[in-house]
Ligand binder design. Sequence first.
Ligand SMILES: Cc1cc2nc3c(=O)[nH]c(=O)nc-3n(C[C@H](O)[C@H](O)[C@H](O)COP(=O)(O)OP(=O)(O)OC[C@H]3O[C@@H](n4cnc5c(N)ncnc54)[C@H](O)[C@@H]3O)c2cc1C
Length: 437
Amino acid sequence: MTISPPRFECLWREGFEPAPTEPPRLPTRARCVIIGAGYTGLNTALELARSASGEGIVVIDSLRIGDGASGRNGGQVIPGLKLDPDQLLARLGVEAGAALIEAVGSAADYTFALINRLGIDCQARQSGWLQAAHTEGTLRVLGQRARQWQHQGADVRMLDRQQTQALLGTSIYHGALLDTRAGQLQPFQYALGLAAAARVAGVTLAERTAALSLRADAGGWLLSTSRGDIHAEQVVIATNAYSPALLPGLPQTYVTLWSLQAATAPLPDSLAPQVLPGDIAVSDTFRVLRYFRRSHDGRFLLGTRGAFRDELGAGDARRVREEMLSLYPQLASVQLSHCWCGRVAVPASTIPFLSQPAPGITVALGYYGRGVAMATRMGAFVADLVNGLPAAQSAYPVLPWKPYPAAPLHRTAARVTANVMRLRDLLERRLRAGAPS
Ligand SMILES: Cc1cc2nc3c(=O)[nH]c(=O)nc-3n(C[C@H](O)[C@H](O)[C@H](O)COP(=O)(O)OP(=O)(O)OC[C@H]3O[C@@H](n4cnc5c(N)ncnc54)[C@H](O)[C@@H]3O)c2cc1C
């Protein structure tokens, strides 16, 4: 069969692209300007509007809503962080650690409740998430993770090899962690729904309006944008892995990685029951992990670490396709329809970075690949600070301003590490394929 190249466009926008409109007139003064119309910025605006009104709240984005990671991600709504509860307790101490575990553990519940409350149509389903172990060693690590979350009262449990195979339709995994708090959604529809709710609440939302510079001004901040200046009492920077140099050191607070994704054409009826029959969101434990699920219209979607660039070519699509076939060889007869990528921020702080580098400025970013739930949840913590909650009382720790020391070296190290991890995964897979059964 001839395999045609996919469209190098994000699947999620197809059929949902709003008609272009003129951005609204910018006010010259605002209570709070939020830079970045992703989940962090939009939910900050919604939470601020809920506690008072949307009047005086302005969200700007240099591009369109959801053009950052929020409109192009895998749509897996996963609670928690990459660090486990015991690691958070060890790092922050008993009291602050417990508050953080509650904050991150409830992030998926919070997100689904928000979607319900606002009535956002985004194919949201709290249908669980599997973290599938590719070795006995990683299965043991998952077992410890599950026990730690159970200790916190969460419905997280282990599945054995047969149970995992029954849900996934592949026998390559040794078992899995099942987290029933998690689920999936259509990420771009979700971003559009948050934006629509913010507009209804009276928030001014200006797309194609870039923040250019920021300087202290009488009683607040003067933000210069591509469409005029705004004097703001408070400014929130929610630009994640797309952050400009608005503050000294801002782009150095994280290292950028790229995540690459592709979707197949809708699966034929003959294949649908064989490919991910459990219809659940999945990530695995390879060093360069794969995350996959089925879309609401019956496509198979898979993502993995991308090359360190925004532009894609045939080689990128080939690589995702090979990953798909390593899981489900039956997909050899199915075309890829779309392939796209986006940026992920890995913060110097190792947990998502909430900081107040100057009075009246709040920065929130750096969710790795856990931002669907966590960036949404973060909006509530940011709004509390904007509303005057002292940093010491925040349920989420407000961290000191911490750029990576020698950031360019970290970027180079990230590239080298990514390549080494990919090679180690490949070697491990080859050895297993050659091992007698
Ligand atoms: C391909 C991919 C797959 C992913 N999959 C998952 C997943 O399955 N599950 C999960 O939990 N997480 C996933 N993530 C991560 C998740 O999408 C992000 O953590 C989350 O969307 C971050 O939201 P945000 O609002 O902080 O940032 P973003 O959504 O990136 O928004 C930042 C915004 O800032 C704007 N901006 C930048 N500079 C300026 C400026 N100067 N002026 C005005 N605006 C500006 C940008 O245009 C952008 O719209 C994935 C990420 C990618 C890229």
